[in-house]
Design a protein around this ligand. Structure first.
Ligand code: ZN
Length: 455
């Protein structure tokens, strides 16, 4: 079996029993981590040795929410509010996507995630007008080599005459069953299935119930956006809770406007929460819910949301979530006590949990990913801490959370296979993929303009 020994690195395991090793070794066999110790004696047998001197090893990062299909429109929506985004993206540009556009956007977007140290991506794909579009997205994920949860969702065009509004359309069971019988049949495979449903904020109560029932019946995570304008079904959550539809496996994205009492009940029921801090602040979602979760004893997961608005850099997103919440806490303290808090309200290690162990828990895969623990899948990131922007390393967790950038991500391993080495993605034909993405993005904009609509 293939073995790799990462030797003499600083190890941030995110496993409470192992902790941090200022100098330690990580042994990988096949697709698994087999040992994390201050020093590992290999004994007999071959192994690839990775000299970890001056390096920091962390678990592969988990991006909890991204619409990867929009990669070809990078930056295009940077000046749009959420309302413009609904009109110009979902009712506009989304409608001219061909399967090839979805494929190349998903492939390049996923590769960019790996490049940034994300080894697991929740691809919240809600532009699936045909099975061909869906298959193209799944193909892009599989080809990228990233570990992914493909959250299947429905598009949101303006209804044509005689057609129902999207909020009245139940999640298509047949498509979900087709995926479970085909490309995403393996529940422990590299790409697994979840549902990106509308939820009561964006659908009728009947549709929300149908979709949550479907997810539960098929044992799939049901994730939904919450917030952004008035709810389609006011009071919907209370009714869904009463009917027993809300519990573990339900994932709320944003949720910034949830009332305290409702949030209390959701937390008690084991709902998970995904924060996309930069986009929430940019588009008008209100302030991220991070601190309100922490106050209730639970943690957020962190997502990028939209590369059509901002960068796909998950460590930056974690840093923004942390900074934003510290700012709110500091402001609150100054308001109530007239002074700054004596100690910080959120240590930096918290932010690293959000993008590692907490992401794993949200996906129900904490036994497989999220920490450097013997027996778990070998998903890990190696940071070159000898670089100009990182020396000297006093506190490795602070180095990772507060200072590490893409330029420092030296190597990335997923399931025991290197996906990036020496600062370069191990991918053939990257230039032609970039060109294809650029052509796709250009064609999408031209197509919508040809229809006489604002791009
Ligand atoms: Zn989103």
């Amino acid at each position: 079996m293939r073995r790799t020994l990462i030797r003499s690195a600083t190890v941030i395991s995110m496993d409470d029993a192992i902790g941090d090793l200022r100098t330690g070794d990580v042994l990988v066999e096949g697709d698994r981590i087999v040992d994390v110790l201050p020093s590992i004696d290999l004994g007999s047998g071959e192994a690839e040795i990775f000299d970890g001197t001056g390096r920091i090893v962390v678990p592969g990062l988990i991006n909890a929410h991204m619409h990867t299909w929009q990669t070809g429109l990078r930056g295009f929506a940077a000046n749009w509010t959420l309302l413009e985004y609904f009109r110009r993206m979902h009712a506009g540009l989304a409608t001219v996507f061909q399967p090839d556009d979805i494929y190349i956007a998903t492939l390049v977007g996923a590769l960019n995630q790996i490049n940034h140290g994300a080894t697991t991506l929740v691809d919240w794909c809600h532009n699936n007008p045909t099975p061909d579009h869906t298959d193209a997205a799944v193909r892009g994920l599989l080809e990228s080599g990233i570990r992914a949860a493909f959250f299947h969702g429905s598009p949101k065009p303006e209804p044509k005459p005689g057609e129902p509004h999207f909020s009245e359309v139940p999640h298509p069971r047949r498509e979900v069953e087709r995926l479970l019988a085909g490309a995403l049949a393996d529940r422990d495979g590299l790409v697994t299935l979840g549902l990106a449903i509308l939820g009561p904020h964006y659908s009728t109560l009947d549709v929300a119930m149908h979709d949550l029932r479907l997810a539960r019946e098929l044992n799939l995570i049901a994730s939904m956006h919450q917030g952004g304008g008035p709810a389609k079904t006011p009071g919907g959550w209370e009714k869904l809770i009463e009917a027993g539809f809300v519990g573990p496996g339900v994932n709320i994205v944003h949720g910034n406007d949830l009332a305290d009492e409702l949030l209390d009940r959701m937390v008690d029921l084991g709902v998970s929460f995904s924060v996309t801090p930069e986009n929430e602040m940019i588009q008008g979602h209100g302030f991220p819910i991070t601190g309100r979760l922490l106050k209730r004893g639970v943690r957020p997961t962190i997502g990028i949301d939209l590369e059509s608005v901002l960068a796909g850099d998950l460590l930056s997103a974690a840093r923004v979530a942390l900074s934003m919440q510290r700012a709110l806490d500091n402001a609150e303290s100054r308001k109530t006590s007239g002074t700054i808090p004596v100690t910080t309200t959120i240590p930096v290690r918290e932010a690293l949990r959000w993008v590692t162990t907490e992401g794993a828990r949200m996906l129900g895969r904490e036994h497989q990913i999220g920490s450097l623990t013997p027996g778990k899948l070998a998903d890990l990131v190696i940071i070159d801490a000898s670089h100009l922007n990182l020396v000297p390393v006093h506190d490795p967790v602070a180095t990772v959370v507060m200072q590490t950038s893409l330029a420092n991500i030296e190597a990335v391993m997923i399931g025991g296979s290197w996906k990036k080495r020496n600062g370069r993605l191990l991918v053939d034909g990257l230039e032609s993929k970039k060109q294809r993405l650029a052509q796709s993005g250009e064609r999408l904009v031209q197509d919508i303009k040809r229809q006489g609509r604002a791009a």
